[in-house]
Design a protein around this ligand. Structure first.
Ligand SMILES: Nc1ncnc2c1ncn2[C@@H]1O[C@H](COP(=O)(O)OP(=O)(O)OP(=O)(O)O)[C@@H](O)[C@H]1O
Ligand SMILES: [Mg+2]
Length: 187
């Protein structure tokens, strides 16, 4: 059985599709066989749908930005949940609700939060991160706002390809390294 990575947050516009694509590209760069699932009727991901079964394969699955009745079922069929979130108290409740929903549906699920559009120069962003850490919520990493993400979606490329020396690329690569570990592909 392949490892299924569900990219999920019932809040819209937080970066689910962006990171589903980036995770798929990142794992592919590291030589992993990657399948892609799209559970969002609005779609938007660069990757074409095509789930894999192979033992060593990883499927990355994009989900919609609304509360679907199917989230519990999706979580039950997943091994890892990646939850992108934007700093700010408005995003906290939906993120925690999503987290509760997926972990209740699947207690074995490995969970990682990506704090997107993060700036360590903003006090509120730093406080948001501290809040997550104080709650022992598993943060995979932070990602800055970068135009390269929009260019990536527009041209079908990872930010790592667009600007390999940029902060966005470094942040994405650090997160992919962690996802390699949780999907059993680490060294
Ligand atoms: N770190 C970032 N820097 C700049 N732009 C970003 C970043 N992350 C995401 N975006 C942009 O924000 C928009 C929303 O991102 P995305 O579509 O990935 O969110 P989503 O959670 O999938 O939304 P939905 O819930 O509607 O499916 C997109 O235009 C994307 O390019
Ligand atoms: Mg999306």
């Amino acid at each position: 059985m392949a490892v299924n990575v569900l990219v999920v947050n019932q809040k819209g516009g937080v970066g689910k599709t962006t990171f589903a694509d980036e995770i798929a590209w990142g794992l592919t760069r590291r030589g992993v066989e990657v399948g892609f699932g799209n559970l969002d009727p609005q779609g938007g991901a660069v990757h074409e749908e095509g789930m894999l079964d192979a033992e060593d394969a990883v499927n990355v699955i994009d989900t919609p930005g609304f509360l679907s009745d199917n989230v519990a079922e999706w979580a039950a069929n997943a091994d890892v949940a990646v939850i992108p979130v934007q700093p700010g108290t408005l995003g906290l409740k939906p993120m925690k609700r999503t987290l509760r929903l997926v972990t209740q549906a699947n207690p074995d699920l490995a969970v990682g939060i990506i704090v997107n559009n993060f700036s360590d120069r903003r006090v509120l962003d730093r406080q948001f991160l501290e809040l997550l850490e104080a709650d022992d919520l598993p943060v995979l990493g932070t990602v800055p706002t970068a135009e390269a993400f929009k260019q990536g979606t527009a041209t079908g490329r990872s930010v790592v390809e667009i600007n390999s020396n940029g902060k966005a690329a470094a942040a994405v690569e650090a997160i992919i390294d962690q996802i390699m570990e949780v999907t059993g592909h680490g060294e």
